[in-house]
Design a protein around this ligand. Structure first.
Ligand SMILES: Nc1ncnc2c1ncn2[C@@H]1O[C@H](COP(=O)(O)OP(=O)(O)OP(=O)(O)O)[C@@H](O)[C@H]1O
Ligand SMILES: [Mg+2]
Length: 622
């Protein structure tokens, strides 16, 4: 278990390094600058010895001091510091740009990967938590790359070079420093290990809280309607309290680190001064006034980087926790697609179907053969379910033994109580989820063999929950087929009977929608989503409660449009209204994931079964 825990950060670090590796040259330059900056600081400390012993002490002893040489050496020392400062400035600036570049790439990769994730991922993660990968986790990474990484490198180089410089001045005094430092490191390690657990918890709490906030923003209206403000506030307080206590614990340990280190450092400084003084008085060779001053300066620049490393350790731990979350998202298994059958434009030549590269209005499934040739099957819209079982998770099967067929041009309706499995059936046709058992064929081809993109392109789908995107009404309709011309979009809107209300909008088709089309009524949003599905001119249409928010009069009009839309297409329609369903070729009555009745409206009514019960009660006057 422990081994496993240790393993994760190393692989995270390696992965992070591989991103930084894309900026190899710049990073090498940064390392050189860090080296220059660290070495100049050591050189300046060492130079202090020469300055004091060779220029200042003689001056004090001489009767007629000459300041020439002193001035020169002070200027040289100033120059050394200046070079150090310039190098520091330079590497800090470059690191900022490297950090931003790395973050951009990580965000890009993360977003691209997110697009490939199956719907299941979004079912099981809160949106706010996913969001915080892009905000909070990347920000801790930015801090680490632009600040902690250069500081840790610079500190390491300084520590090593100062160590050798100290050795060159006096071995015994160096030994005293080493004893102190070992002690300091032990304390640091203890405190850092305490705080790291809390930093990881803090990161998790932030994600958790973001998820909650996102949910509460989306559900504002519901919260108000049910007067849940107080309860929402209380739950938020609880989550906020968790975050606060995790962050406090993490930072408390992090914050005691500094003062503890400072005091120990001061103690060490005094000890070295006293021991050095005693040694000098006792005439230990080479230990001049200048040497002691220089050594004291060195011990200072020895402790500082060590305390910096320990301080940065927290930032690094926090960033690695963030990076781990980011990489976890990147490692989520993508929606697999082993489909090899593709959708191509086709035409008939001498009664034989052939592929062509321009739009002909005829589409064909292209199935590559082992010998390199391909067979073509015309896209007709023949959908069949063969004994399909399905569950959103393995232990709860939602659909049982679903067998059905829809021939091209047929309208199949699903009715049934809420939760019966109607939406689930349509989710399977477009392969949002994979089947547990059985198979679905489309024009005789198992849909598992069809490339998902092509399968979905051949379907026009109006989902139960309408989602519109920021952009004009025209853009939103064109979402259904990016190649559609304006006229085609307008024609689709007319077909869905959305044209009338769109023209009454302030800027007509150019009206900009924002916030999921919040300026529109529910019914208007549905009409736009019908137009969006229609614009692709697909052979199969799936309409899930497409007219549920439209008033009955408009529905009658939309129905006419939809009948036109449905002409010659295979249509799966889910509706609670009898009027939408009754002219279907076949109606499937679902109950708890099973088809319990099937047949045309008249037959089902005559059967006086579930369908009769479902609808005669509510629609007796129809
Ligand atoms: N994403 C999901 N994860 C787990 N279970 C789900 C998920 N979506 C639906 N279910 C379950 O599957 C069953 C069928 O749901 P489905 O959405 O197909 O019902 P429906 O017939 O479309 O109902 P409605 O008329 O209310 O739209 C329900 O019991 C539901 O709890
Ligand atoms: Mg549904």
């Amino acid at each position: 278990m422990n081994k496993q825990q240790k393993k994760v950060p190393t692989s995270t670090v390696k992965r992070l390094l591989s991103y930084i590796g894309h900026y190899k040259l710049r990073f090498i330059f940064v390392l050189i600058c860090i080296l220059v900056s660290a070495l100049t600081s050591v050189a300046a400390s060492l130079y202090l010895q020469t300055l004091i012993d060779s220029y200042i002490t003689p001056l004090l002893l001489e009767a007629n001091p000459v300041f020439d040489k002193l001035l020169k050496s002070v200027v040289s020392m100033g120059c050394i510091y200046l070079i150090g400062i310039l190098a520091t400035l330079l590497y800090n600036r470059i690191m900022v740009s490297i950090a931003q570049g790395v973050l951009k790439e990580i965000r890009d990769t993360m977003f691209a990967h997110m697009q490939t994730l199956p719907i299941k991922y979004f079912d099981t993660h809160t949106h706010g938590d996913i969001m915080s990968h892009y905000t909070n986790d990347t920000d801790t990474l930015r801090q680490m790359i632009s600040q902690s990484v250069p500081q840790v490198f610079s500190s390491l180089i300084t520590v090593v070079s100062v160590f050798f410089a100290m050795l060159s001045v006096n071995i015994w005094l160096t030994l005293v420093v080493i004893i102190f430092v070992t002690f300091i490191l032990k304390i640091t390690k203890f405190i850092a290990s305490k705080s790291s657990t809390f930093f990881i918890r803090q990161q998790r709490s932030i994600g958790n809280m973001n998820g909650y906030i996102e949910e509460m923003i989306n559900g504002q209206k519901v919260i108000k309607v049910f007067c849940h403000e107080e309860a929402a506030k209380n739950t938020f307080d609880e989550k906020n309290e968790n975050l606060c206590s995790d962050a406090t614990s993490a930072n408390m340990f992090a914050n005691i680190l500094m003062p503890v280190m400072m005091n120990l450092g001061n103690l060490q400084y005094v000890c070295v001064a006293i021991i050095g003084g005693i040694m000098a008085i006792n005439g230990v060779s080479g230990l001049t006034l200048g040497a002691i001053a220089s050594f004291l300066q060195l011990t200072k620049s020895f402790n500082q980087p060590i305390s910096q490393i320990s301080q940065q350790l927290n930032a690094v731990i926090m960033a690695l926790a963030g990076a781990e979350r980011i990489f976890k998202l990147m490692d989520e298994t993508s929606e697999t697609d082993d489909g090899f059958v593709t959708l191509v434009n086709a035409r008939y030549i001498d009664g034989k179907l052939e592929e062509t590269d321009h739009r002909t209005g005829i589409w064909a499934w292209k199935c590559p053969q082992k010998d390199g040739a391909a067979t073509y099957t015309e896209l007709k819209g023949d959908v069949r379910f063969h004994d399909v079982d399905f569950g959103y998770n393995e232990n709860k099967i939602v659909l049982h033994n679903i067998t059905l067929y829809a021939e091209p041009g047929e309208k199949v309706a699903f009715v049934g109580a809420t939760g019966a499995g109607k939406t689930t059936i349509t989710n399977l046709i477009n392969r949002f989820y994979d089947l547990a058992d059985g198979k679905i064929t489309y024009d005789g081809i198992n849909i598992n063999n069809i490339r998902k993109d092509d399968l979905r392109r051949s379907l026009g789908i109006v989902l139960q929950d309408v989602n519109l995107f920021t952009g004009t009404v025209m853009d939103n309709i064109r979402y259904g087929n990016l190649e559609a011309l304006d006229e085609e979009c307008i024609a689709a809107a007319k077909l869905a009977n959305a044209d009338g209300f769109i023209r009454r909008l302030p800027q007509g088709y150019d009206t900009v929608l924002s916030g999921d089309g919040s300026g529109l009524s529910q019914g208007q949003r549905q009409l736009i989503s019908i137009a969006r599905a229609a614009v692709g001119d697909p052979p199969v249409m799936i309409l899930d409660e497409a007219t549920s928010s439209i008033d009955t009069r408009t529905e009658a009009i939309v129905q006419k449009g939809m009948d036109r839309l449905m002409l010659g297409r295979t249509v799966f329609v889910i509706a609670h209204r009898l009027s939408t369903v009754q002219n279907s070729d076949v109606i499937m009555v679902l109950e708890q994931g099973r088809i319990i009745e099937r047949g045309p409206h008249k037959d089902l009514i005559a059967q006086k079964g579930k369908y009769y019960q479902l609808y005669t009660g509510a629609f007796e006057l129809e």
